[in-house]
Design a protein around this ligand. Structure first.
Ligand code: ASP
Length: 326
């Protein structure tokens, strides 16, 4: 049933019981449509609204806050028409180029950023996703130690009896590096793409990705450095940002006698395909911090941005690259 859109003031301060009841019905309807539009995948919330008939009282809490303007995220798969989806700019992401950087211990170069993103959400527990490597237990142990030192507990998703429920309960999600094809295939096989997408993009749960975990946070995995050792059902990834990242980005070595393509040449080949989005090359030590609609280069190294038919651009730590989110 479609009610006409009436200004809220129309009903304000009414003492008439009939009008008051109409107001309740009207607000409930508006609440449901706003919720359904803003949280298309968030079934529990929609169900909650249905179960609570006078949900008009909840309207201010459920209506998207004005500080969270809707964002458009665009899914790019080469050879297919880009598809647009609306989401809320609720993102709280830390996309790290690599966990290991020359001269630092494991994850040490990212310690301050890790603390900042987890404290921002008052998260104490981190749900680790070790699927990019074969040895899940060993990998979880490796990540547990540095995070424990920073004051956070690590629970690995491979130990969860219901991985989807673990994502829905997660205070923060950390997807580690390894083989990007294996990682993405496992996320599809375990039906985790949509739950992780919703938690990170809509619920604002901190998402930390390192290397392969950063690749899968983008529109697709076309700019990974990995070999396609296994075949995921699609290259489309979590789509938390509307562009690609190339982790471990390396500059051409002018003294090298190697004749294979440079990383830049490989990324240019990607951009020869029509409709491909920008690619942010993150050198080891660089990372991208995204908070809502703001994106900034962080870390101890800079990033190089590639766009179709444009010269590459350099961005040092501290640079604002929010334009990439539009
Ligand atoms: N294999 C890399 C990692 O996760 C990902 C990449 O280079 O694309 O460490």
């Amino acid at each position: 049933m479609c009610f006409p859109l009436l200004p809220v003031s129309f009903f304000q301060h009414t003492r008439c019981p009939v009008l008051y009841f109409v107001q309740l019905l009207y607000f409930r309807h508006r609440c449901e449509s706003v919720t359904a539009a803003a949280y298309p995948h968030h079934l529990p919330l929609q169900r909650g609204v249905h179960l609570f008939p006078f949900s008009s009282f909840l309207l201010p809490a459920l209506e998207p806050s004005p500080s969270l303007p809707p964002t458009v995220s665009i899914s790019y798969i080469p050879g297919r028409r880009p598809t647009k989806t609306m989401g809320l700019s609720n993102r709280n992401l830390l996309l790290i180029s690599s966990s290991m950087v020359h001269g630092y211990g494991y994850l040490d170069h990212a310690a301050d950023e890790l603390k900042a993103i987890l404290h921002s959400a008052v998260a104490k527990r981190v749900l680790f996703v070790p699927y990019a490597l074969r040895d899940h237990e060993g990998y979880a142990e490796k990540v547990r130690a540095p995070l424990k030192q920073l004051g956070f507990e690590v629970e690995s998703i491979h130990n969860a009896s219901d991985p989807v429920a673990a994502v829905k309960d997660a205070e923060a999600i950390f997807i580690g590096g390894g083989n990007t094809f294996r990682l993405l295939k496992t996320l599809y096989d375990m039906e985790l793409i949509e739950p992780i997408h919703c938690r990170a993009l809509q619920d604002g749960v901190p998402y930390i990705g390192s290397s392969a975990g950063t690749n899968v946070a983008t529109v697709n995995i076309c700019t990974t450095n990995d070999m396609p050792i296994i075949y995921p059902p699609s290259f489309a990834a979590l789509n938390l940002v509307p562009f690609n990242i190339n982790p471990h980005y390396v500059d051409p070595d002018v003294k090298s006698t190697h004749k294979g393509e440079t990383r830049e040449e490989r990324l240019r080949q990607y951009h020869e395909e029509p409709g491909t989005p920008p690619v942010l090359g993150l050198r080891e030590g660089a990372m991208l911090r995204v908070q809502g609609d703001r994106a900034e280069i962080r870390g101890v190294a800079s990033a190089r941005l590639f766009r179709p038919n444009k010269d590459a651009e350099e961005y040092t730590p501290g640079s604002d690259v929010s334009f990439l989110l539009n």
